[in-house]
Design a protein around this ligand. Structure first.
Ligand SMILES: [Zn+2]
Length: 461
């Protein structure tokens, strides 16, 4: 069976084994999720029902500084890296070994893999609480080069998180230098998305300029009430600096964030619910404050007792979310964390929520703009010239949806629910999902960097 689009338009003279009646429906490019933490799920749950049911046909992995490879060590992983791990899970000593595992057992969607700076730190530094030495930076550069040669399209960083918080701007610049040799991306969960968000933007721009690399600001947001409204300034600054260097950004369509359950009390502000807890799984879905009250302990102590754990933080303003979503260069990335019984609903609902709630229901932007932000724009940023559009000769990643009924069903109370209105999803020419039924076809490919600027998957060029 072919894997590319061979004809468009009037096909009344054609024959086919499978016919999907798309009358009155939208035939769109398959959605590309620019920001995921699916590194492990691609191997452990290769049907990826939470992605396919949204119309997602490609996921970008290894975000926020954390990637599953390379990890040639048996030591316990620090949070948030442990969100990618389960008990007894296999580790991959090289990035090439991880890519080979994905190829040996293909998942339901295409994978655009990245390597994480925090992972490289864990591999090279016995003490994560200090800046890297020149020798450690050289070692990380070596691991980054191996990952890029194996097909990583970029490196992500997460100086927001404890295992990378001690990295200096200079460390990030120096480790990132090999990206320039490959035309690869620097993707960042910035050091601060609250009081110091503007300073973090400047740090990101400096890294891009100094290392001569394109930068992608992940899940742009403004956290905590004191910073609500500041997206007016951050977006103006991003737009201004886009004239001088290559900058992109993504966003998810919710006012709550989700990540590791912090131990730092300063980060335990506002309403927080537990998404997953290795120590106390029966408390998933509960408020951290209620748990702490019941135990008669501080929030920090309650957090310690729940580890390893992840949480949902209700911390953003709707006006900022809408302003960032509507900013023309913003892509859609779910940031879904496929862990625990009570994940953030973005895991199942991001793309239909943008199409239904934000585009159709409140009219934030036209449907065509919504689709562009989740396909064509994303393919441009990640250098996927043969994806992200519906055109003859391109790979047949297609999502058919009903513009009148598409909507996210997942919510904070019941997050693991597939969307309404996704009619059919085709991955590399094979029907993966139809009318609510997953077909368990696993025709995803690893989309690696083979040539700059084009990224082609093996054997398909
Ligand atoms: Zn992040």
């Amino acid at each position: 069976m072919g894997t590319r689009i061979v004809a468009l338009g009037d096909l009344s003279g054609a024959t086919a084994d499978t016919i999907i009646d798309a009358t009155g429906r939208i035939v769109a490019p398959g959605f590309i999720d620019s920001h995921t933490h699916d590194d492990r799920a691609l191997l452990a749950d290769p049907d990826l029902p939470f992605k396919v049911s949204q119309g997602v046909t490609t996921v970008v992995t290894g975000n926020c500084g954390i990637s599953l490879a390379p990890l040639a060590t048996e030591k316990a992983m620090p949070a948030p890296l442990n969100l990618l791990e389960g008990p007894g899970d296999e580790r991959f000593g090289t990035f090439a070994a991880y890519v080979a595992a994905l190829r040996a057992k293909p998942p339901a969607v295409n994978v655009v893999p990245m390597v994480g700076h925090t992972t490289l730190r864990v591999m090279t530094m016995p003490d994560l609480d200090v800046p890297a030495t020149p020798d450690q930076i050289a070692a990380m550069q070596g691991l980054l080069r191996e990952a890029l040669q194996a097909g990583a399209v970029g490196m992500s960083t997460g100086p927001y998180y404890p295992p990378a918080a001690s990295s200096t701007t200079q460390e990030l610049i120096d480790v990132a230098r090999p990206l320039a040799e490959h035309g690869a991306l620097y993707v960042t969960h910035m050091r601060d998305e609250a009081d110091a968000c503007l300073q973090s933007l400047e740090e990101t721009f400096t890294i891009g300029r100094e290392a001569a690399i394109p930068v992608l600001i992940s899940h742009h947001k403004l956290m905590r009430a004191a910073n609500h409204g500041k997206s007016v300034q951050t977006l103006a600054r991003i737009r201004e600096q886009m004239r001088c260097q290559c900058i992109s950004l993504d966003c998810y369509p919710y006012t709550a964030s989700s990540t590791m359950l912090h131990l730092d009390e300063a980060r335990l502000q506002g309403r927080i619910t537990i998404a997953s807890s290795g120590a106390r799984p029966e408390l998933q879905g509960k408020d951290l404050q209620d748990i702490a009250d019941a135990w008669g302990v501080s929030l920090g102590e309650a957090s310690r007792r729940l580890q390893p754990a992840s949480a949902v933080y209700y911390s953003m303003a709707e006006a900022d979310v809408q302003r960032i979503l509507a900013f023309e260069p913003t892509m859609i990335g779910s940031d879904g964390v496929p862990t625990g019984d009570r994940p953030h609903p973005r895991l199942w609902g991001t793309f239909p929520r943008v199409l239904g709630h934000y585009s159709r229901d409140i009219g934030l932007f036209p449907l065509e703009t919504a689709v562009w932000k989740m396909s064509g724009l994303t393919a441009e940023v990640f250098g996927l010239p043969d994806r992200g559009r519906v055109a003859v000769g391109l790979h047949a990643d297609i999502t058919v949806f009903d513009a009148g009924t598409v909507r996210d069903v997942a919510d904070y109370d019941d997050p693991a629910r597939p969307a309404d209105g996704i009619v059919a999803v085709i991955v590399n020419g094979t029907l993966a999902y139809r009318d609510g039924q997953h077909r368990h076809t696993r025709t995803g490919r690893v989309l690696t960097r083979q040539a700059n600027p084009a990224i082609l998957s093996p054997g398909t060029a």
